[in-house]
Design a protein around this ligand. Structure first.
Ligand code: GDP
Ligand code: IMO
Ligand code: MG
Length: 428
């Protein structure tokens, strides 16, 4: 048996979806454990692109059981649309499992997210994530378990919509038309019923049988509600703790952790970003890396690789090995910079500050590396990499003190090179 968690170690969009899809060939199960349709995971197989928001990224491979786990928050309309859009939808029954404990993102959560954004800008994806997790913590949320008995669900929806309308009006919004919404939601509930399951029980069965399991992170370490750049974070634990609390597996069953990092840095939404390039170099990274949000289409903020932030993310999550993505995007830059330390108030430090006020004062300390002009497309072997690419990646490995396992050289599933240890290695 082998289990592997694949976690984003920057501000999201590191290429987790691609890695999960690629490594799922050796897994029997792929498990989403937190977040909701704020995630946008892009898979490219033989040139065909699929963007997934709720379906786990193992779904394109036949015979993989895909779990939407207890710690996730699920917008039923989005999930049903994804199920419908997937060509192999007929083959989904029995291999897509939605846990009873997952919370439901309801129309009120979308409205409240938008209203709250007007008052205090986080730059959320407006997918209702914050308000849904808030209802979960207030213990008033609706769960997938509530979908089983449709009459019960209808009553719960009525109560929820009424209570939410009061809050929406308090925030200056227009109340929802409850009757129409109720019918739509009940219809969605009926359609999702075949996918409901106790995935904790199922996963423990899989563990006992010795199946290989992949845990698919959403968002990234620096968006984690506890360890990220609060309040500019998402509302869930995106890291290793989230695997336990969100999938229902104890730490001893998570054998290996693969941290995914872009070869540079991006962030979408508001919040501190020490190495941001608000100039034409940032624009060039955005253009070459097609850095536009997979969920909202927003341009992503771009900057140089930040080794201080990355080291913090790797430490908090106990990362065993790295996947470095989008190295091809750096082709054609004359010089590349890596932030190795921060300078705060004239003092150099390699500590990632917990206080936002301090983070905002950070001046990155850069070292510069030669760029390259070679096209990396099709390179499958480390030995074929141009010397400056090898040097840049070796420096990242040295700074991060974690071995690189894989290097991604393009969006396609196959544009993935093995560099160091097998990421599943040690997981059996
Ligand atoms: P995720 O949220 O972590 O799954 O990442 P996203 O899918 O939101 O964003 C990553 C983007 O980069 C997607 O458009 C991927 O197709 C693309 N991508 C992934 N790996 C590579 C790579 O190595 N090179 C290039 N050029 N694009 C990549
Ligand atoms: P994937 O899984 C990048 C960001 C939003 C915003 C903050 C809070 O594709 O990597 P939320 O809607 O969660 O309340 O927004 O978090 N954010 C993401 N940024 N990738 C994501 O997911 C993100 N999910 C949320 O832009 O700054
Ligand atoms: Mg994404």
């Amino acid at each position: 048996m082998a289990t592997l968690a694949i976690l984003g170690c920057q501000w999201g969009d590191e290429g987790k979806g691609k890695l999960v899809d690629a490594l799922a060939d050796r897994a029997a199960w792929v498990v989403r454990f937190q977040g909701g349709s704020n995630a946008g995971h892009t898979l490219v197989v033989d040139g065909e692109k699929t963007v997934l928001h709720l379906l786990p990224s193992g779904i394109l491979r036949a015979n993989k059981t895909c779990v939407i786990g207890p710690g996730t928050v699920v917008h039923m309309g989005t999930l049903l649309k994804e199920i419908d859009e997937l060509r192999q939808r007929n083959a989904l029954r029995g291999r897509l499992l939605l846990d009873y404990r997952a919370h439901l993102v309801l129309p009120s959560h979308y409205i409240l997210d938008a209203l709250m954004e007007k008052k205090r800008t986080i730059g959320s994806t407006k997918r209702g994530i914050g308000p849904c997790y808030a209802d979960k913590a207030r213990r008033v949320g609706l769960r997938a378990a509530d979908l089983v008995d449709l009459e019960h669900f209808e009553r719960r929806v009525e109560q929820h919509l009424e209570a939410s309308n009061a809050r929406i009006q308090e925030l200056g919004g227009r109340p929802m038309l409850t009757a129409e919404l109720k019918n739509e939601l009940v219809d969605q509930a009926r359609r999702l019923n075949p996918y409901l399951a106790d995935t904790v029980q199922a996963l423990h069965g899989a563990l006992a049988e010795g199946s290989n399991i992949l845990f698919e992170g959403a968002q990234g370490a620096l968006l984690d509600i506890d360890f990220g750049t609060y309040p500019f974070v998402t509302s869930s634990n995106t890291g290793i703790g989230g695997v336990c609390t969100g999938a229902g597996v104890p730490p001893r069953h998570i054998q290996r952790v693969l941290g995914v990092l872009k070869a540079y840095a991006t962030r979408v939404g508001e919040g501190p970003f020490p190495t941001e390039l608000a100039d034409e170099l940032g624009g060039k990274l955005r253009e070459r890396g097609s850095e536009f949000g997979a969920t909202t289409g927003r341009p992503r903020r771009c900057g140089w690789f930040d080794a201080v932030a990355a080291r913090f993310a790797l430490a908090v999550n106990g990362v065993d090995a790295l996947a470095i993505t989008k190295i091809d995007v750096l082709t054609s830059f004359r010089k590349l910079a890596i932030c190795t330390k921060y300078r705060i108030g004239g003092q150099e430090t390699d500590h990632f500050p917990a206080r936002l006020q301090e983070l905002e004062l950070v001046e990155p300390v850069y070292e510069y590396w030669d760029g390259w002009t070679d096209n990396l497309k099709g390179i499958q072997n480390r030995a074929e990499l141009p010397a400056p690419v090898e040097a840049y990646l070796c420096r990242l490995e040295e700074l991060l003190e974690v071995p690189i396992a894989l290097v991604s050289t393009g969006p396609d599933r196959d544009a993935l090179m093995s560099w160091g240890p097998d990421p599943w290695e040690g997981a059996s």
